[in-house]
Write a protein that binds this ligand. Structure first.
Ligand SMILES: *Cc1c(COP(=O)(O)O)cnc(C)c1O
Length: 505
């Protein structure tokens, strides 16, 4: 890499990657490359109309197959290809050792095995609950919910069960700041509540007067994230907590921004009663792409009896295995060792996910937390905050609020934020989140995370600034160096081609 110009360097990286993909041509599907008809015989015991005697299968050599997948992997941009500053999503690098841990033979246990025979599994889950409880300042944790949004729903249902148990089912409102993530509104509505939207003050924080006006004996909960989606710390959080508690409401913490506080401040200490953790954001497990994730929920003591069933705990009597095991399985807890058991909380809202949630994701989160320890977690949040503030200071787009925690929201101003994002792809970096939160016009919501070096942050800033200086026409035409260029998103959404057969038409 050349003359020390980061933009030129970024372009070079992009060109190097692009060499592997024919210009503007998609990598065909395996079944398009070769359609060999394979006879599969007629020995099936099934009725004729349910069987086939021929299958179309690609008959390709190993190198053809290896190249196909390698080319596909080069057509996509991921956290392993470069910086991915998608604000609020916390796209941080997932250390590979967590994959090794999840691939250990002991990690693949059948979920239907008896508690007595999988004591190690239960111990890991129990210890992860403890870790998360300590990190968030919560008394009890469930690991079942499969995503942050699912955690919100569980948290809201737990709050509803609590109010109902106390004879307070007249509480029919959940308050959500207008800058909140869309899932907050959705979870409150799905949970059966009327959603009251709360305006922000001039500085982008909760407006205390507006909050006072919104609170009443109808308030079931206020959902907040802190730092908020603008990356600003809600300095009045203790007063906010008192206000909500004074009317008998609960305070819900959206844990998506926990990356900023890790090892330094705890939602529980700020007065929050219930929270979710996005393990794929804060604890570097892969973002699922819709696939398996985890969104554990933590609560204070008063709410623990309502958590989903079953939960895991250390058995109080610590009785040795042989004495307790009635199902004939050999016990995997050694004599004298702490035993773990499953139990149903007294007023549980029921089961929200099979077994204990997405086990292997939880194993990775456990491995990550255990490896970093208290110091490592605190170091991560320090660097996340430093990186966001450094990057904010380097870019030429306007940054209306501040000072920030782990993310910041710049404004594309007169520019269309989507055009800016598309053009950034040409500089070999992933763009930030765009057009959200809506209180900043043409928002470019940026979160570099703690894993990026100063060199990478400089490369990102150079890409932002190069785009800031380009003319509208160039932006409207971007991206020009990606495999797929501007996609017609409306038709893609309205008339999707769901099968490769349709590509023939
Ligand atoms: C990501 C996010 C969520 C939803 O979490 P998922 O795990 O993606 O379901 C909720 N709130 C905020 C602020 C987020 O950034």
């Amino acid at each position: 890499m050349s003359d020390g110009d980061p933009v030129a360097d970024a372009r070079q990286v992009r060109y190097d990657q692009a060499r592997y993909v024919d210009d503007g041509q998609y990598e065909p599907l395996l079944s398009e490359k070769d359609r060999t008809r394979v006879e599969i015989g007629d020995e099936s015991p099934l009725p004729d109309d349910l069987t086939r005697d021929e299958l179309e299968l690609p008959a390709l050599s190993e190198p053809e197959l290896a190249r196909h997948y390698t080319r596909l992997s080069q057509m996509i941009y991921g956290i392993d290809s470069g910086p991915y500053p998608l604000g609020s999503c916390t796209m941080k690098y997932n250390p590979k050792f967590t994959e090794d841990v999840a691939a250990l033979p002991g990690a693949s246990v059948h979920p239907d095995r008896s508690a007595a025979s999988v004591q190690g599994t239960l111990e890991l889950l129990s210890r992860l609950q403890d870790y998360l409880g300590r990190i968030g300042g919560m008394d009890a944790v469930t690991l079942q919910p499969p995503a942050g949004a699912a955690g919100e729903f569980v948290g809201i249902r737990v709050a509803a069960a609590y109010h109902e148990h106390n004879g307070e089912d007249h509480r029919d409102e959940v308050i959500v700041p207008e800058s909140a993530h869309g899932t907050n509104f959705a979870s409150a509505a799905l949970g059966g509540y009327d959603v009251v939207s709360l305006p922000s003050d001039d500085e982008g924080r909760v407006d205390l007067e507006a909050l006072d006006a919104a609170l009443s004996e109808h308030t079931a909960a206020l959902m907040l994230t802190n730092p908020n989606t603008l990356g600003l710390f809600e300095r009045d959080i203790e007063e906010i907590a008192d206000m909500v508690h004074d009317v008998g409401g609960l305070l819900y913490y959206d844990g998506a921004n926990l990356n900023a506080l890790l090892g330094r401040a705890r939602p529980g200490d700020m007065g929050f009663d219930v929270m979710h953790y996005n393990v794929h954001k804060t604890f570097a497990t892969p973002h699922g792409g819709g696939g398996p994730g985890a969104g554990p929920v933590g609560v204070v003591d008063e709410l623990a009896p309502f958590l989903p069933a079953p939960r895991v705990r250390a058995a109080e009597d610590g009785t040795r295995a042989e004495d307790r095991n009635s199902d004939g399985d050999s016990d995997s807890a050694g004599a004298g060792e702490q035993r773990y058991e499953l139990f149903d909380p007294e007023h549980t809202i029921g089961k929200v996910h099979g077994f204990q949630g997405n086990w292997l994701v939880l194993v990775k989160a456990f491995a990550y937390i255990a490896r970093l320890g208290d110091e490592g977690l605190a170091d991560a949040s320090a660097k996340a905050v430093l990186n966001a503030n450094y990057l904010a200071s380097q870019i030429e787009f306007g940054v209306p609020y501040g000072p920030f925690h782990h993310e910041f929201v710049a404004s594309a101003g007169e520019r269309d934020a989507a055009d800016v994002a598309k053009r950034m792809l040409d500089y070999g970096v992933h763009p930030p989140t765009t057009k959200w939160p809506e209180i900043v016009p043409e928002a470019l919501m940026t979160e570099p995370t703690e894993v990026e070096s100063k060199d990478t942050l400089d490369r990102l800033a150079a890409a932002f600034n190069a785009v800031a200086r380009e003319d509208d026409e160039t932006l409207a035409d971007a991206p020009e160096r990606t495999t797929a260029r501007r996609i017609d998103q409306t038709s893609a959404a309205r008339s999707p081609r769901l099968s490769w057969h349709e590509l023939d038409d």
